[in-house]
Structure formats: structure tokens, C-alpha cells
Design a protein around this ligand. Sequence first.
Ligand code: NAP
Length: 281
Amino acid sequence: MPALLLDGKYVAQLTEANLTERVAKLKERTGDRTPVLATILVGDDPASATYVKMKANACKRIGMESLAIELPSTIKTNDLLREIEQLNINPDVHGILLQHPVPSHIDERAAFDMIALDKDVDGVTCLGFGRMSMGEPAYGCATPQGIMRLLEHYKLDLAGLHAVVVGRSPILGKPMAMMMLQANATVTICHSRTRDLESHIRQADLVVGAVGRPEFIRADWIKDDAIVVDAGYHPGGVGDIEIAPLIERVKAYTPVPGGVGPMTINTLIMQTVESGESALA
Ligand code: NAP
């Protein structure tokens, strides 16, 4: 039987329809105020500029405002921290997105951690990560939270499954592993120093590819009936996992593109709407 396609584009569109209604209701109640997402772009990396634009467009689609802050690549960490501080105390801003990566001379961790917890709608602070890991309320990191929402939409229960997450970055692999642990999976985290990666993946009921290398995880490492989640996206429309040969024999898989990608932005704007609703209530 062909595998279940985990259609992130579709789930994101469904959610956008709901968010559009919520924003309209909020405007009615508050004399035309909407949630506001502040986006910070440091430098002129074209890919980062495109991502920020896509996020602003998503805000527009649901009737919500965004505030674009563009800073020169030469900015010093302290000056960036001050910009973030201003947004933290600005009552008209409900969510703050600092586009990753920032230029290498900037202390990105310090900048992420400057974001106030209640405006950390991209889920990048250590505090938010710690709270999420402990099962306390916090906005989830957008990409892994989007993956969890996608799995939930298709009613895929993770309890008792062996999930193997390949990658341990702060914005993807690590929070992904903690979210799956919270969902009662047994979790293995693999990284560049893992010995015999293939043997770990062969045991997985659920594999998450978060490596950043095209089709690095081979189809023949993945067992029949596994759930396959691919966060990667590379030129030529391939992800981190060799998916094509799996379509007839796994339980479910995310397409590339149209799986994880749309859920990331969707989660960011959903969490901004939540933040706006609680601030403007
Ligand atoms: P990253 O920061 O470069 O992290 C890559 C991870 O892969 C690291 O933890 C690294 O291990 C691990 N790795 C590298 N080589 C490996 C190997 N040979 N064996 C096992 N693990 C290995 O990347 P990222 O930001 O997490 O992104 C990962 C992928 O997801 C990329 O394809 C990226 O484009 C994609 N992504 C998609 C979205 C979205 O919205 N769709 C968002 C973010 C990222 P070490 O820690 O040991 O170096």
C-alpha cells in the first residue's frame, strides 16, 4: 500500500484559514489591532532575505501585520541586543523573529536569549527550550513544532516508537528530540560523531532527517512501515533522505518540497497569533 503523504502545504493552508478568522475577530474586539511579528534580518544574505519575506507574506495572508527590521552585517552583538530589547518592551510587538544565521562575528546565542519568553514565537531561547523539555508552557521551536503538528494532524501516535533524529542543531535536531520524548517516543539522537549511523537508522520506527546534506540518509537503511520526516531541502527538490524508493513501503513520509517547510512558517505565525491574542485580550 502506498505510504501516507504528510502534506504540510495542505495542513498549513487549513491552519491559515483558521488564523485568518482569529485575526479578524481580534481586530473587531480591539479596534483594528492585529498581532504583530517583528522580523530582524542582519546583513544581506539573499536566502535569509527570502525567508524573511516569506514570513512577512504569510502574516499578510492572514491579515496580520509584520514589522521589518533590517540591520547592517557590520552591527556588533551589543547593538543587536539593544534592538531586541526595544522590541521586548514595545507593546505593539507580539512576536520576535531573528533570522538565522546571523553573521559569524555576532554572538547568535546571546541574541536569541535576549528575546523575551512571551515574544519567543520562533522558540529559539534556552529558557523556552528548557521549559518545553520539562513539559512547561513555551512556544516550540518552529520547525520541530511544525513537524509535531503535522504528525498530530495525521493522528500518528509516537508513544513507544523508536525515533531516530539525525542532527542535533539548536533550532532543529535538539528540540525535535525533546518534543518526541515528550510525546513518549524512545529517542536516539545521531550527529557527525555517531558511529555506524546506518545501524541506528535500521532500528528506527520514525526517522527525522535534519543533516543538511542531499539524500544523505539512504532509502535501504530505513525499515518497512517506518515514518519518514525530512527537514532538508536542496537544489533539485531533494531533501536529506532518499525518499523516492520508500514511497511504496513506508507507513508515512513528508514530501520535499511541501512537507516540513510550509509547517515551519505556519507554526511561527500561529504562535504569533497566540501571543497577540493573550497580549491584546
Ligand atoms: P546544521 O545546523 O548544519 O546541523 C546539521 C546537523 O547534522 C549537525 O548536528 C551535524 O552534527 C549533523 N551531521 C552532519 N554531518 C553528519 C553525518 N555525517 N552524520 C550524522 N550527522 C551529521 O543544520 P540545521 O539547521 O539543523 O538544518 C538541517 C537540515 O534541515 C538542512 O537541510 C536545513 O536546510 C533544513 N532545515 C529546514 C527548515 C525548514 O523550515 N524546512 C528549517 C531549518 C533547517 P554535529 O552537531 O556533530 O556537527
